[in-house]
Design a protein around this ligand. Sequence first.
Ligand SMILES: *Cc1c(COP(=O)(O)O)cnc(C)c1O
Length: 424
Amino acid sequence: MFTGKSDQLFVEAKKLIPGGVNSPVRAFKSVGRNPLFIKSANGSHIMDVDGNTFIDYVCSWGPGILGHAHPQVIEAVKEACNNGLTFGAPTENEYIIADMIHEAMPSMEKIRLVSSGTEATMSAIRTARGYTGRDYIIKFKGNYHGHSDGLLVKAGSAALTTAVPDSSGVPVSYTQNTLVALYNDKDSVRELMDKYGEEVAAIIVEPVAANMGVVPPAEGFLQFLREITKKYGTILIFDEVITGFRLSYGGAQQLFGVKPDMTTLGKIIGGGMPMAAYGGKKEIMDKVSPVGTVYQAGTLSGNPIATTAGIETLKVLKSHPEYYAQIDKKAIKIAETIRKWAKNKHKKLQVNQIGSLLCAFHTDIPVIDYDSAISSDTASYAEYFNYMLEQGIYIAPSQYEAMFVSAVHTDDEINKTCNIILER
Ligand SMILES: *Cc1c(COP(=O)(O)O)cnc(C)c1O
């Protein structure tokens, strides 16, 4: 099954593009097969170049909360294209989307638009350092914030210490100001802050971790981060690139009622186009150039087509507040079905679900952090993935990614998906 044009294209692509893909997870390496080359997608469906159609639960890794090719978004983008693709000068759109973001997340008093989540987190950290005059940052093991050098780290050999590069090509000197704490472990944060607190510019966290599978914050964990950062004058950055406009219109910060100093956004706010943002308190953001001394720029930042797609996506979400409860219900149904399957088959399985994000870990210990997440049997996941794909269901080709449910998955499609899960 599926051999044909995808396989041929993969052979050709590998000659010109490292691994044949422009982002590693697309290579399907951890599920032991060749990737499907995609031709088109519409609503909840995605179609490959061989004409196979799948119900899609990857949703482009998060942007697709309205599914693919939402008519209102496509119409607006087509019209915007007629007016030119980029001007390198301010546009009304940039103000409009900044205003929509600010309204959704009042903690983002001022906002700068950029073109990727990587750029947003990198710039937010530079700004936090510029504002505080401090060099250290704390990140959490297993949280992902894009691929900038200082964030591409793993914990050093002593459990809690400065980080070491998690990629070749990253000089050790670039990671010496990154400290690594353990997600959902207050003591690990306290220990680092006791020692380095006065020198820590920022703590950056995924308020719901969704890049080591899905791991929600423990009760009180985000509140604790808010308190301890306040105590030391450290900037609290919520990386809401996945959770923003997904867990609620106001993101994780609205859902958990915790107000960060700075926030990074991406994925949904671009409506499928390359756009991201960082923002926060006025006095912090006024450190950014041209007002302040923190340099940051972008030729295509706030691009008119990307902002159009983003604005229309947010408009649809805003005018349909019921979508959030609906997608949550669909995700809950899938999560419960996976649990039921595990029970029927006496399998060890943990299903973490929050809002429209879910993830099944093949392990018998509750998954609350990185170490428990990696106890998952990834070979079991690969089997599950391949079974689902052969039944016409496209889920993430990696254990450590979320399953994304969109507003346009119909009840019939959810039921079909659940039946396929149970029949395995
Ligand atoms: C996807 C993601 C990023 C990186 O965004 P890119 O647009 O891929 O650079 C950063 N942080 C989180 C939490 C993400 O999920």
